[in-house]
Design a protein around this ligand. Sequence first.
Ligand code: FMN
Length: 479
Amino acid sequence: MSMQKHPIIIQGGMGIAVSSWKLAKTVSLTGQLGVVSGTAINSVLVRRLQDGDKDGDTRRAMKAFPNQAIANQILATYFIEGGKEATKAYKRPPMFTVNSPKALLQLNIMASFVEVWLAKEGHSNPVGINLLEKVVLPNLSCLYGALLADVDYVIMGAGIPREIPGALDLLSENKVASLKVPVEGAVTGDETITSLDPAAVMDNVMPAKLKRPYFFPIVSSSVLAANLKKKATGEVNGFVVEGPLAGGHNAPPRGPMKLNERGEPIYGERDVVDLKEMAALGLPFWMAGSYATPERLKEVQDQGAVGIQAGTLFAFAKESGLADSIRDEVVQLIAKNDVPPEGFIFTDPLSSPTGFPFKAVRLGRTISDKDIYQKRKRICDLGYLRHAYKKPDNTVGLRCPAEPVDDYVKKGGKMEDTIGRKCLCNALMADIGMPQVQAGGEVEQPMLTAGDDLNLLGRILKPGQLSYSATEVIDYLLK
Ligand SMILES: Cc1cc2nc3c(=O)[nH]c(=O)nc-3n(C[C@H](O)[C@H](O)[C@H](O)COP(=O)(O)O)c2cc1C
């Protein structure tokens, strides 16, 4: 496919399920690229089923899955007709490990299949899926589910996804694919690997061959892009170049981390990407991180980019997966120009267990609020952000700096690494209206992320307008 045939605008993947299939479908129907998020998608699926799948969308997609025995097993385990009682806890699938049980892999394959299938239903325009390199353990099964649903683009950041292109080549032929799992404390040569054997997990019920989608890593420098182009295990087809103003996780500043007086990482000249160097790589690229205006789009196109990837403007569109109450509150604050003196966005160097800076929207009722954060009893029951570490007996364990401090320290983690860490897994599930009800009735609270662009949401809203569609974002950007 030539550069011109790729879409100009990529609606960035936004986890967990903020870039839901409904948002991605709306964008893809315009001819631009809608991208679903694959992060924690198995938890999203099981909670939708336990909420009763009121519109029947999830079950309709599950009917299209090649292996119906797997679909039936998942329904029998999680579906609740009419939905669970609001005060009851959601049943959770087991957490991913280096060798996850077959039923969990099947569930994850199903979940990403459903998300991509629904985004593609009823049209033939391309759809993408976004994953985080750092959340390594679910990635192969998630990719395979997306391939089964004929995904067109895979876009991955939060790390250096060097092994993904080769894994896509193998998975598209139903061959065993493997990824190295970074293990803290492991010595060179002592590798830990997580694998997926599609035929074994699918009980041999799957199409003979699947389409190999385009693969775009998300990079923060042209050096990294060049390195990936040369050293990835398979073909890289383009790049998303993301700067520190983007919503979600940001790459840390180059060099030692220095903070400004508000406690946010300071980015400098070295963090600015040279578009000429990007263009010289000869692959299509898109700019992300506060590029979502028609003027900036034109500017970067003049410098060789195909277009832009935008997130924040789409995150608050009515088709996104955000809970209505959160979306409405933010949009109303912006419409009223009720901006806190320090702005809406705080780039928190500590909150994310990944260790990457993570942008938080200042809203009084999220776990970014000190009181709410301190009141929450630490628990790790979703576990997507656990890191692997070497135990004294040489086996591999998993720990998260946002888990209960004692547990983390018992596992050999450093006390100081737990300070300020937040349970993004539970908070992001709360953002999409599926908070866990923990023991004792404690309901998990949200923690909203958005880019610096949020301050400019007003440019989409006409006077008096309190909600907007993703199609209005596209119209605005392409006007
Ligand atoms: C709510 C939200 C969640 C996000 N989650 C992810 C994610 O899971 N993976 C990812 O690669 N990027 C994520 N991003 C980044 C977007 O995909 C996109 O690159 C970025 O938002 C572009 O900059 P903009 O916010 O200025 O438009 C997220 C952004 C937002 C606003």
